[in-house]
Design a protein around this ligand. Structure first.
Ligand code: BGC
Length: 248
């Protein structure tokens, strides 16, 4: 079955058709930069443009970079504050005239790695940590999603949220070497390890492909592995969420 998956981030909105039996993209990825306003009406328009690009008319799965409870946005994160308490599923469905399932973007990426990637058949507590504009987390216990875990929101020193010190956007902004940034990531992972004590941590987002460059700075005992699906995990998992549909 082919489903359109859309992954919405702070800097880009990306979509592709996904074969949800195999977890493979069956089209090229289509990306439009997130409108600088990051406002609902502007982003809904881009959402519609992505759907039109694929001339698609089926159910859509979408990963969104905030807490999503039953389709409703429950945090602002890196977006405009007008998103708070907005029914994202309704907004996007009305924009394109198709049914849309919205879940948190890191939960979506987690679906992808747990169903088709390196997390497949992993038991116990597995965390998918996505590192990009912000830091997201998807928690799975014996393969079942525990939604909206939000580990990037842990306060750290003078930072209200540790993602403001450790996200990939900060690495780029502060021009940090992978060694410098890897040490920050390790401090974050140490906190995660103490707070939730996972069995396995999977790292996603753009930096997963650079894992070799900072691996030696990751010193926690819990195994940490890069996500095999790289930057496509968000799209693939969003599409898979339509069929899994366990958290609606
Ligand atoms: C948000 C999360 C999101 C993550 C990655 C964070 O700022 O709070 O909900 O998963 O960014 O986009």
């Amino acid at each position: 079955m082919e489903i359109l998956g859309i992954d919405i981030g702070g800097s880009g909105m990306k979509g592709a058709l996904v074969n949800i039996e195999t977890g493979k993209l069956i089209t090229e990825r289509f990306r439009i930069p997130t409108p600088p306003s990051r406002k609902p009406e502007d982003m809904a328009k881009v959402f519609k443009d992505i759907v039109s690009h694929f001339e698609y008319d089926g159910p859509i799965g979408c990963g969104f970079p905030t807490i999503i409870k039953h389709g409703v946005c429950k945090s602002v994160s890196n977006l405009n504050k007008a998103w708070l308490n907005l029914d994202t599923q309704k907004l996007f469905s009305e924009a394109c005239g198709l049914p849309v399932t919205v879940i948190n973007d890191a939960d979506a990426a987690g679906y992808a790695v747990m169903n088709y990637g390196i997390g497949k058949n992993e038991q116990g507590l597995v965390l998918m940590i996505t590192v990009g504009t912000g830091i997201g987390s998807g928690a799975f216990f014996n393969g079942t999603l525990i939604p909206n875990s939000e580990l990037g929101q842990i306060p750290y020193k003078k930072h209200k949220k540790i993602e403001h010190w450790t996200a990939d956007s900060i690495r780029k902004k502060e021009n940090l070497s992978f060694a410098e940034w890897g040490k920050r990531l390790n401090i974050f992972l140490e906190l995660v390890d103490v707070i939730v004590c996972p069995d396995l941590i999977i790292l996603g987002g753009g930096v997963s492909k650079d894992f070799k460059k900072y691996e030696k700075h990751i010193k926690i005992e819990t195994p940490v592995k890069p996500a095999s699906l790289g930057n496509h995990a968000g799209i693939i998992g969003a599409a898979a969420a339509v069929s899994v549909n366990t958290i609606k």
